[in-house]
Design a protein around this ligand. Structure first.
Ligand SMILES: Cc1ncc(COP(=O)(O)O)c(C=O)c1O
Length: 440
């Protein structure tokens, strides 16, 4: 049964939808019509709690008037401005403000329009940085199994999700660390105990390829899209040390973890581990206008600032880098985040969040539960011979019961807007419990 049968007269054919089973979707479409605060409303008038912050991005909740007003004002004042050899005040203001929020030292900001663009930008910065310092032999990248870094060719190359890679050519000089999802860590609350030593895989790969050939190591501090994998205790510290040993840059992909998701402005701050480059997007603008930002350590940036001052230092950028409307949205989003304490609020909700999600440990089909900050995931046992079918059934059933969750394969992922209340957390996992008891 379609969620909103009334909309079946819509012509659904032309939109080739991303990361979607198009034929299945179009047989039973799920159409969102409006959103406010913690909730969506469907075309049929059904109110649905947004347990995914859109797609890990609407951190301050939906329909924030302050952002809408700022966007409207900006459109009427300066709707577009090129950022190539020109500038505008909003871009400089936003970059300076982001630099103040960032982990110490990462105070140079390159704007993009998405997480994928942020990742490819970061990888290019890493290569060009080494070259600028006379280390052009550093051409290898290291990603991690189960990593998700968007869908650009750089991102899928360092990424570690097989379905995103198997159909496409990838960059030649890329290797991967093992993922950290160990069976002995099942049902960990917060950071898992086992697996910090997996960071030493950098040494193994350095031994294989030559440490002096490695440009960068890129990981999500908490892997998100693969199903919320918090790092084992001590893992990120060891990764930092290993990168330092081999002169490789450490890139944290904070497209999901940035802007308060794990109880600090950035996961780097929550963990006390500072990367050399940090990629962000999504929450930077509360998801309402596409935007991304790459944070770069001062020394890395400064390595580019050589040669004649009239020479372009980095041959890279986008028509919409630092788009004035995106900058206005991001500045208004930052006002909300800071004004309402949202960048650290996840910390105060973490215990309630953890207790609620782990309360489903004995629910049917559950094989693992993980949580950190306001991120969480529940793994379900797959149906015999039908991987992903149970996860999809849970997604549909949850929507019917009033919650929009993410399902990737047979993993359900949760990341509500950071304005969520404790009562809503209870309500959400109440719905999920009912869903799990109701599906086969
Ligand atoms: C860690 C990470 N990097 C990159 C991306 C890609 O972002 P986008 O879809 O905006 O290109 C995502 C998207 O979920 C992500 O989670």
């Amino acid at each position: 049964m379609p969620l909103d049968a009334a909309r079946n007269e819509l012509d659904l054919a032309a939109w080739w939808m991303p990361f979607t089973a198009n034929r299945q979707f179009k047989d039973a479409p799920r159409i969102l019509a409006s959103a406010s605060g913690m909730f969506y409303e469907t075309e049929g008038g059904r109110k649905v709690m947004d347990a995914a912050a859109g797609l890990w991005c609407v951190n301050a909740g939906h329909a924030r008037a302050e952002i809408a007003d700022a966007v409207h004002r900006q459109l009427m004042q300066l709707d577009y401005a090129p950022a190539l050899q020109m500038g505008h005040a909003g871009g400089f203001e936003l970059a300076a403000r982001l630099a103040r929020l960032a982990p110490a030292g990462l105070d140079r900001v390159f704007f993009t329009n998405s997480g994928s663009e942020s990742v490819d930008t970061a990888l290019k910065i890493a290569f060009a940085y080494h070259r600028a310092r006379g280390q052009g032999q550093r051409t290898k990248l290291i990603g991690r199994e189960r990593g998700y870094h968007g869908v650009g060719f750089g991102g899928i190359s360092v990424g570690g999700l097989v379905n995103n890679r198997r159909m496409f050519p990838t960059l030649p000089a890329v290797d991967h660390l093992r993922h950290t999802h160990l069976p002995q860590n099942a049902f960990s609350r917060g950071l898992p105990e086992h697996g910090a030593d997996l960071a030493d895989e950098v040494d193994r790969l350095a031994g294989l390829h030559g440490g002096e050939t490695i440009a960068a190591v890129i990981v999500e501090p908490v892997a998100g899209s693969t199903g919320v994998l918090p790092p084992p205790k001590g893992y990120l510290e060891r990764l930092r040390a290993a990168c330092d040993r081999h002169g490789a840059l450490l890139i944290f992909d904070e497209v999901i973890t940035g802007f308060g998701r794990v109880g600090a402005p950035f996961a780097a701050q929550r963990f006390g581990v500072t990367p050399d480059i940090m990629t962000t997007a999504k929450g930077v603008s509360n998801g309402v206008v596409p935007m991304g930002a790459v944070f770069v350590k001062r020394e890395v940036h400064d390595a580019f600032m050589q040669g004649p001052p009239e020479a372009i230092e980095f041959f890279h950028g986008y028509t919409y880098s630092g788009h004035p409307v995106a900058c206005a949205a991001a500045l208004a989003a930052l006002d909300i985040y800071e004004g309402a304490g949202l960048l650290t609020r996840a910390l105060s909700l973490e215990a309630a969040w953890e207790a609620a999600i782990h309360g489903l440990r004995d629910a049917p089909h559950v094989t693992d539960i993980r949580n950190f900050g306001l991120m969480g995931a529940i793994d379900l046992a797959p149906r015999e011979g039908k991987i992903g079918a149970r996860g999809y059934a849970a997604l549909v059933a949850a929507l019917e019961k009033g919650a929009l969750v993410r399902a990737t394969g047979d993993t359900l992922a949760f990341s509500p807007p950071l304005i969520v209340s404790e009562a809503q957390i209870g309500e959400l996992f109440g719905i999920v419990g009912e869903v799990l008891r109701g599906i086969d």
